[in-house]
Write a protein that binds this ligand. Structure first.
Ligand code: NAD
Length: 469
């Protein structure tokens, strides 16, 4: 079996405590609070992506076998878009906001101001190693923080490239990259940084939260889970099939908001299954080889999901852990696996799509609600009553009606999980909020200085106070 253990990236430069001390010293100068500094960082980031597109594409191809157009579509373009959106709206986001005053606190004026948190940590995953590392960094810089970035060790070429480029295009005293794996991440967390933003699995998310607890480092956890697609009999089945196939194929199913499994009414199940299989063939231009899986460990895990599920494999079914160009998995459809099988318990994170028969939308809602809250829920139906019901009755990070995954591209919408799929959100203003402290500022005049408020309280004074408070 080929082992594709992560290639260690050479790190040079100061040790973690000195590096963090350097970032803190930069933050203490106050320069990162200036709007001009923040805009310059965002411009630098966009310039880096534009000027070094070839290098990013090559690194993504090396780490994940990602075609150039996919590298641009899924990693580079959304990184630039996130930064450009922040740049456009930053001044408005930064403005202090006025607040009203209850009678008891008048006269005076109240407002809240956005303060940067300080020196923050961004921990990236391997599946979209550029976008999911740069988008949180955009939010951190827009909010005026210094940042240390820890890219995933499972995308070593991208990690090395970020380590080279970020200090070259951004303020090197304010942004640092630490490469490595769990040990380096744990060491960073032990520094008691001002926020830790993690994208990864719920299992590691729990370890991050535990490591952040002793220093009370606040965390944002962008996690994963099993995102279902509910398809009712009245849906546009052809379009549903094509959209499900396309989003499942993306990055070989290794996407946090990929359709994990489908719940479909029996009347349209066969049509949907055949439609997904046909769309998969068409979208792949007739290619019949397996889809690239990031490494042997993941491929072995995915192959294991195909053991003992009790369902019917209608298409695909083969995972090649030892394939010459790296491990691969065939696009696979499994109809009606057992709900208690590993395939239906674990996040699949690969090109296998279970399709389960349901009686009606109520059964589907119960099925989803009996399990941990997903990162996304998708519903295909022509009935507004059905889509409303799913939206109202199922809790999830996000919901998309009659499509999948596109909500991630809307910077006006908060992106994040709920329950086991995560805590906190980012994108656009939501990212700025995540990396800012909202500080209340109350200004009171010194006169009049009503004696009523000070003890001792007479009966009359107490009566009056009771009317105001
Ligand atoms: P992962 O949890 O294995 O690793 C993510 C990061 O955590 C890496 O940088 C890694 O070095 C670090 N890490 C791993 N073990 C650690 C430990 N013990 N202590 C400290 N740090 C540790 O995640 P992954 O495999 O890179 O990504 C896949 C998972 O991420 C899936 O569950 C997927 O759904 C989820 N994901 C979520 C989103 C989202 O936006 N919500 C996006 C992409 C991926």
């Amino acid at each position: 079996m080929t082992t594709t253990a992560p290639v260690p990236v050479e790190t040079s430069g100061p040790d973690v405590p000195s590096l963090v001390a350097g970032l803190r010293a930069t933050f203490a100068t106050g320069r990162t609070r200036e709007v001009a500094w923040r805009l310059a960082q965002l411009e630098g980031l966009e310039r880096m992506v534009a000027e070094r597109e070839d290098d990013f594409a090559a690194a993504l191809a090396a780490d994940l076998g990602r075609p150039r157009v996919d590298a641009w579509l899924a990693d580079l373009a959304p990184s630039t878009a996130e930064s450009a959106f922040a740049r456009k709206h930053l001044k408005r986001w930064m403005r202090s906001k006025r607040a009203g005053l209850p009678l008891s606190v008048q006269p005076g004026s109240a407002r809240y101001v956005y303060e940067p948190l300080g020196t923050v940590l961004v921990i990236g995953p391997w599946n979209y190693p550029v976008y999911l590392t740069l988008a949180p960094l955009v939010a951190a810089l827009a909010a005026g923080n210094c940042a240390v970035v820890k890219p995933s060790e499972h995308a070593p070429a991208v990690a090395a490239l970020l380590a080279e480029l970020l200090p070259a295009y951004l303020d090197p005293d304010a942004v640092a990259v630490v490469t490595g794996g769990p040990d380096e991440t744990q060491e960073l967390l032990a520094q008691g940084l001002d926020h830790a933003f993690f994208t990864g699995s719920p299992e590691v998310g729990a370890l991050i939260m535990a490591a952040a607890a002793p220093t009370l480092t606040p965390v944002t956890l962008e996690l994963g889970g099993k995102s279902p697609v509910i398809v009712t009999a009245d849906a546009d089945i052809d379009v549903a099939a094509k959209r499900i196939a396309w989003t499942k194929l993306m990055n070989s199913g290794q996407t946090c908001i990929a359709p994990d499994y489908v719940l479909v009414e029996e009347a349209v199940r066969e049509r949907l299954v055949e439609g997904i299989a046909a769309a998969t063939r068409e979208l792949r231009g007739g290619a019949s080889d397996g889809l690239r899986i990031v490494n042997a460990r993941q491929a072995t895990r995915i192959a294991g999901l195909l053991d003992d599920h009790g369902g019917r494999v209608t298409h695909g079914g083969h995972v090649d852990v030892d394939a010459a160009g790296g491990p691969t998995g065939e696009p696979t459809i499994v109809v009606d696996p057992r709900p208690d099988s590993r395939l239906m318990q674990e996040e699949i994170f690969g090109p296998i799509l279970p399709v389960l028969t349901i009686e009606d939308v109520d059964t589907a809602i119960r099925f989803v609600n009996d399990r941990p809250k997903p990162l996304a829920v998708y519903v295909f139906s022509r009935s507004k009553a059905v889509t409303r019901k799913v939206t109202e009755q199922v809790s999830s990070g996000g919901t998309v009606i009659n499509h999948l995954m596109f909500h991630v591209l809307v910077p006006q919408l908060p992106f994040g999980g709920v329950g086991r799929s995560g805590m906190g959100a980012y994108h656009g203003r939501w990212g700025f909020e995540t990396f800012s402290h909202r500080k209340s500022v109350l200004t009171k005049p010194t006169r009049p200085d009503l004696s009523l408020i000070y003890p001792p309280y007479s009966v009359k004074a107490e009566k009056l106070l009771r009317r105001f408070f």
